[in-house]
Design a protein around this ligand. Structure first.
Ligand SMILES: O=C(CO)[C@H](O)[C@H](O)COP(=O)(O)O
Length: 223
């Protein structure tokens, strides 16, 4: 928890008056949002685009002004968490189910800042975390069969015994590919499949990765 707080708060050093920023989702982004709230109450003037309903609720409760992506057009920076980060700053995201909105917001962003604790650093994506893939409810079992042709095992995400629904009304398949050697190839191939809405590989999107360590230090990695 200490490492997440350190990295989340450190990322807010990049925020300047007048910026439009993207706010990520999850327990690490939480600390960045809380800090942004404090900064706003101390006079910082920014507007923000949230990546989930959960983040929108938190940001509003912190007094942060929210705007729609269409109104923002482009974002100065986005602060978001990740489930895995490889040495080239490729990511797996979607543990919190917000990958679609997160990827849209990340793609509209000049600078994507990723905040993680040290446990998220891996040599290869897929080493510790299954790849979340958002799929349409209409065809999810058929789409699952097509995804499994890429030699992965997958399971439909459930919450309290029920199929989990994203903010967009879709389902998530958590897919075990083992170690992913070529993240760009996999993300391109997966997104060609009918019924796949988006997958959780964020390849070549992050510019800065801030790592919090349990011993209390923070490392800023830049491309
Ligand atoms: O991608 C995400 C949500 O869809 C999160 O950023 C990711 O799951 C990391 O979350 P946490 O900071 O709680 O470990």
């Amino acid at each position: 928890m200490k490492a997440k707080k350190l990295t989340g708060e450190k990322a807010t050093d990049y925020i300047k008056d007048g910026m439009i920023i993207g706010l990520g989702t999850g327990s690490t982004a939480y600390y960045a949002i809380k800090k942004v709230g404090e900064m706003v109450r101390n006079g910082l003037k920014i507007k923000a685009v949230p990546t989930s309903k959960e983040t929108a609720d938190l940001a509003l409760s912190e007094g942060i002004e929210l705007i729609d992506l269409a109104e923002a057009k482009s974002l100065d920076l986005t602060i978001d968490g990740a489930d895995e980060v490889d040495p080239d700053f490729n990511l797996i995201k979607g543990g919190g189910g917000a990958l679609l909105r997160e990827k849209i917001v990340a793609s509209a962003t000049d600078k994507l800042i990723i905040v993680v604790d040290e446990s998220k650093l891996v040599d290869n994506l897929g080493s510790t975390f299954k790849l979340p893939i958002e799929v349409t409810p209409f065809s999810w079992k058929y789409t699952q069969q097509m995804i499994e042709k890429f030699s992965c095992d997958s399971e439909i995400r459930k919450e309290a015994g029920e199929i989990y629904k994203t903010d967009n009304g879709n389902y998530i398949l958590d897919c075990d590919f083992g170690k992913i050697e070529d993240p760009i190839k996999i993300t391109t191939e997966l997104n060609k499949l009918p019924g796949v809405v988006e997958n959780g590989i964020f390849a070549e999107m992050a510019e800065i990765v801030i790592v919090g360590y349990n011993d209390g230090h923070v490392e800023v990695l830049e491309k």
